[in-house]
Design a protein around this ligand. Structure first.
Ligand SMILES: O=C(O)[C@H](O)[C@@H](O)[C@H](O)[C@H](O)COP(=O)(O)O
Length: 318
């Protein structure tokens, strides 16, 4: 397992007692409902997708009877800037909740634009208010490249996030970049199994798969999440925790990735999606149409809570 742990020189400092997290600005919420495509329930928007003039976001929720597995909450923001403010508060609040409940917070990162959207978390007030000592950081997928390569999700996260906060170095679980794809996937799964045994990672009572406190997922314009691509057999993997791909349609071709059983055992998932180029798969997942061929993003259905963070361009087809 040791080979899976990456030690980096993040500045560590003793934190003063954190001030209470700030309340977000009061924003009018427009509440509606949506079905998850896996539930095949009828679409019933109660208020439509109209935001009040001047409001920065609106929110769609499933009605109480539809709440639970397969449903989620959708928040739409006027801009990626507004989205990043809300994403920081959401992440900090969950970190606070889990840290108080069990003394640790297990969070899973993606690559891509997600890291940029986390930028408010490394700014005041969160950078000082969050208790970073409880954080354990994982990757939902990683490219099989050296950690200092420009394609590395570890490097992306280190440069944009991890190097700016005092997360304990031994709690950042990067892949072993000395191994080929298959070995790196096995090694990462072994690392997760050790952390489950030592009670760092919880286990889903329902599935027996690891249950992370929070997964922060991006989505590609083709509807992929993690490195699980439309039409690829890996989307059906239901035994392994971590697997590998050597023919990723998004470069680089060699990657390792969490499987859907692990993703869907999560206590919380945030799907963070920006840009008009992603409006199609967002519509496929949240709009009224039904299709027999589900995109990977439509297969995201956690045991716990799912929250979509969309900018208005990504939500433009809803
Ligand atoms: O390593 C990766 O490629 C990612 O983890 C991948 O799943 C990413 O999250 C999406 O492709 C969205 O990326 P963008 O937000 O940059 O479009």
């Amino acid at each position: 397992m040791a080979s899976s742990l990456l030690y980096f020189s993040a500045p560590f400092r003793t934190l003063p007692s954190p001030p209470p997290l700030p309340e977000p600005p009061r924003i009018p919420l427009y509440v509606s409902r949506f079905p998850h495509p896996l539930t095949h329930k009828s679409l019933a928007f109660s208020t439509g997708f109209r935001a009040a003039p001047g409001s920065r976001r609106f929110c769609l929720r499933p009605k109480a009877s539809m709440a639970g597995k397969g449903n989620g909450k959708v928040e739409v923001f006027d801009s990626e800037e507004d989205l990043s403010v809300s994403l920081a508060k959401y992440t900090a609040d969950l970190a606070d909740k889990f840290s108080k409940e069990k003394g640790s917070f297990t969070v899973v990162l993606s690559g891509g634009s997600l890291i940029k959207s986390l930028r408010k978390l490394v700014e005041p007030p969160y950078v000082d208010a969050v208790d970073w000592s409880t954080w354990h950081v994982f990757w939902v997928d990683e490219r099989v490249v050296p950690k200092d390569h420009d394609d590395s999700n570890y490097k992306l996260a280190f440069d944009g996030f991890l190097s700016k906060v005092p997360i304990l170095p031994g709690k950042v679980y990067a892949i072993n970049d000395a191994l080929p794809a298959e070995g790196a996937a096995d090694d990462y799964e072994t690392c997760l199994k050790h952390l489950v045994k030592s009670n760092v990672i919880s286990v889903s009572a329902a599935t027996g798969f690891p249950k992370f406190d929070l997964m922060l997922l991006g989505m590609g314009p083709d509807g992929h999440v993690a490195s699980l691509f439309p039409g690829h057999p890996l989307v059906k993997e239901n035994e392994k925790w971590v697997t590998f791909i050597k023919d990723s349609p998004k470069p680089p071709p060699e990657r390792i990735t969490f499987t859907f059983p692990v993703i869907n055992s999560s206590a919380n998932i945030a799907l963070v999606v920006c840009g008009a180029g992603k409006a199609g798969p967002v519509h496929a997942a949240l709009g009224s149409g039904q299709s027999s061929d589900l995109l990977p993003v439509q297969m995201v259905s956690p045991e716990g809570e799912l929250v979509w963070f969309l900018d208005k361009d990504a939500a433009s087809k809803l």
